[in-house]
Ligand binder design. Structure first.
Ligand code: CMX
Length: 445
């Protein structure tokens, strides 16, 4: 058994009584109330999920296992000569809650290395994708196709004690995560590099191997590590994390669950926003004939977008109420490594201009930038200019956190998810009003 799995087993044994005690002795304790506004409004803010892997504070941003992102970057071991930590170390941290030693990280690097060979039929699935498919659709299909490999599904069909379900889920999760960089880079090669695939180099860690398979020199290895680490998890209620958890709650295997989460991530209000930011910036750039706009000109572009009924991509958030620390970490990277990049100058100008405008408009609860406002600009700078592909990069990173969550879901025996729905009429009754007649105007108070 790998060191990581042994450690995980210990952590699971320690944690299980806590969950069991809460459920059996304190299951009746009220945690939250639900309003009609929350029921109609996308269940915003209802405390109804549990995860110990990350927590999102509205003002502080994400913490992974109690650590701020800044601390995660400081504490996790780094490959020699790199500014950014091993992605494998983050997986160790998310799964066990402990910061790994150098030796522990190298064990995980080795585990991933052994599992990275992608079955041949996955390339065929990618090759068979119809023309103009979005890379996220191809990515989702490629992952789903591997469901036939699931160790978890086979064990479950054969009959396995519920307490042991986490074990085959762990095996599946590692098998899948180890293959995602190669699958993603093959999609990139297929769509944008005339199929010129670069083979994985088994002597490299995930970040470096990803850069190698993308055909990008240093510091793209660090860009990849940075990217995968900051995208890995954002507690459980966001659409991608929630979808992965929900599908896995049916005891679907990791391939079905992660493929579903990729579909959720592909929406413009979620992961696709990083692509939309680039589209929006390019429009501004084209209109400006590549000149950097003045502050007033940029304000006008922002107002024009809002007045045409569109959102400003990369701004706002369902939970956060301050600048996203994932934005700040990327901004710091840009200031250090690419301060004169023209698109970065656009993004920086937007940081000055957009929040006061969104405040003045008065609709968005959070006028500050989220991580998607910076991501694409870094990729563009290092030559990944196919912005359709950016959400696939997000998906590789997000899979790490969701896989860790799903392993723990099975370890703690979280059941099938099944909230209750009500009808509009029931809500009207609860509100103490009669249903409106067709064509009737909303009565004024
Ligand atoms: N630009 C313009 N209007 C915005 C806005 C923005 N960036 N963010 C929110 N609003 C508007 C909403 O559209 C909504 O308008 P209506 O009342 O007319 O429907 C109003 O402000 C209130 O929305 P909210 O409660 O502040 O935000 P939500 O929780 O409903 O939505 C999010 C959150 C992220 C979908 C929204 O801020 C948005 O559309 N942002 C732009 C897209 C984006 O950057 N998405 C990426 C988020 C990060 C991620 O998940 O990857």
């Amino acid at each position: 058994m790998s060191n990581l799995k042994i450690k995980l087993q210990q952590k699971i044994d320690e944690h299980r009584p806590r969950t069991q005690r809460l459920l059996h002795e304190f299951g009746h304790v009220v945690v939250d109330q639900v309003t009609i506004g929350q029921i109609i409004g996308g269940m915003r803010g209802i405390k109804s999920l549990v995860t110990d892997i990350s927590y999102l504070d509205p003002n502080e941003g994400i913490r992974y296992r109690g650590f701020t992102l800044q601390e995660v970057f400081e504490k996790l071991p780094k490959p020699k000569g790199s500014e950014m930590p091993f992605v494998e170390g983050l997986f160790y941290l998310l799964l066990t809650g402990d910061v790994p030693t150098d030796a522990e990280v190298m064990d995980v690097v080795d585990e991933f290395r052994k599992r990275r060979i992608v079955p041949r039929y996955v390339y065929e699935v990618i090759d068979a994708s119809p023309c103009c498919s979005h890379p996220m659709a191809i990515f989702s299909n490629a992952i789903l196709a591997m469901s036939r490999e699931s160790f978890f599904a086979k064990k479950h069909a054969a009959g396995i004690n519920k307490n042991n379900l986490w074990d085959p889920m762990y095996e599946d999760a590692l098998n899948l995560l180890a293959k995602l960089p190669e699958i993603a880079t093959y999609i990139h090669a297929k769509l944008y590099r005339e199929g010129k695939r670069i083979q994985s180099n088994p002597s490299l860690d995930i970040g470096a191997d990803f850069a190698h398979m993308m055909g990008k020199p240093k510091p793209y290895d660090d860009v990849s590590r940075l990217h995968f680490i900051i995208h890995a998890d954002h507690e459980s209620g966001n659409v991608s994390a929630h979808t992965g958890h929900l599908v896995a709650s049916t005891l679907a295997d990791i391939y079905m669950s992660i493929s579903s989460m990729v579909n959720g991530l592909a929406g413009p209000l979620h992961g696709l926003a990083n692509q939309e930011v680039l589209v929006w910036l390019q429009e501004v750039k084209d209109k400006m004939g590549d000149e950097i706009p003045t502050e007033d000109e940029m304000k006008q572009f922002v107002w024009d977008t809002l007045n045409s009924g569109q959102v400003i991509p990369g701004y706002g958030h369902a939970v956060l109420r301050k600048t996203d620390p994932r934005y700040t970490i990327q901004r710091d990277f840009c200031l250090k490594n690419m301060p004169n990049d023209p698109l970065f100058k656009y993004v920086d100008l937007l940081y000055k201009v957009v929040p006061p405008i969104l405040k003045e408009q008065g609709k968005a609860k959070n006028p500050w930038p989220n991580l998607d406002a910076q991501t694409g600009v870094i990729q563009w700078h290092y030559g990944v200019t196919e912005y359709d592909f950016y959400t696939v990069l997000f998906g590789v990173g997000r899979s790490i956190g969701i896989a860790a969550n799903i392993i723990w879901d099975r370890a703690l025996g979280y059941p099938l998810e099944r909230p209750k729905s009500v009808t509009t009429e029931m809500l009207e009754k609860i509100a103490g009003i009669r249903p409106m007649e067709p064509g009737e105007e909303i009565p004024s108070e």
